[in-house]
Design a protein around this ligand. Structure first.
Ligand SMILES: O=P(O)(O)OC[C@H]1O[C@H](OP(=O)(O)OP(=O)(O)O)[C@H](O)[C@@H]1O
Ligand code: HPA
Ligand SMILES: [Mg+2]
Length: 168
């Protein structure tokens, strides 16, 4: 959902360090929760934003089978209908049993709705969640309000900021 304000006005800015900590927290929460004696079989990251969290989760949980599902639903901050551009290996994921689907965030939940339909038995995990999309997620770490835009480290750069009391 596109917020109708400038990016710096209501934004949740996530650094690489913060993302790393939060994705690790997600992994630790998922540890031992898989259907096979607590183990997970594979990780499927939703490209592109889910790739960094998926890498961190699979590293923490020692899961070597990692695949991707490619979904496009946003062009900058405007949403369109989600389209699956690439499916994961069907022989690997099956109906999703033992599979962890990982994304950076859920906003409206439309992306996850489409992804879930392809692997109905998978467990869906995101690092961040907004209220509207929460029903689509099984496990997440941090919730932000629906009108907050989350800025990820790969979309930002360090830059000069004027002092609060700027001189004339
Ligand atoms: O819950 P929703 O309202 O569907 O929105 C959440 C999705 O939107 C973003 O992906 P985007 O489609 O922008 O692609 P990207 O991951 O390649 O940036 C984000 O990474 C989630 O995958
Ligand atoms: O808040 C967001 N931040 C980045 N990408 C997104 N895609 C949907 N919502 C968001
Ligand atoms: Mg995405």
């Amino acid at each position: 959902m596109a917020p109708d304000r400038l990016p710096h006005e209501k934004g949740f800015h996530v650094s690489w360090d913060q993302l790393h900590r939060d994705a690790r927290a997600l992994a630790w929460r998922l540890d031992g929760q898989g259907p096979d004696n607590g183990a997970w079989r594979a990780v499927v990251g939703i490209t592109r934003g889910g790739m960094a969290p998926a890498m961190i989760v699979s590293r923490e949980l020692d899961i070597r089978l990692v695949d991707t599902i490619s979904v496009k639903s946003y062009n900058h901050q405007s949403q369109s209908a989600p389209v699956i551009i690439k499916m994961p290996d069907r022989d690997l994921v099956g109906d999703g049993t033992g599979v962890l689907i990982v994304d950076d965030l859920v906003d409206t939940g439309r992306t996850l709705e489409v992804v879930r339909a392809t692997m109905p038995k998978a467990h869906v995990a995101t690092v961040y969640a907004k209220p509207m999309g929460r029903p689509q997620v099984d496990t997440y770490i941090t919730e932000v309000s629906q009108d907050t835009w989350i800025f990820f480290p790969w979309d930002m750069a360090l830059q000069y900021v004027k002092p609060y009391r700027a001189g004339e």
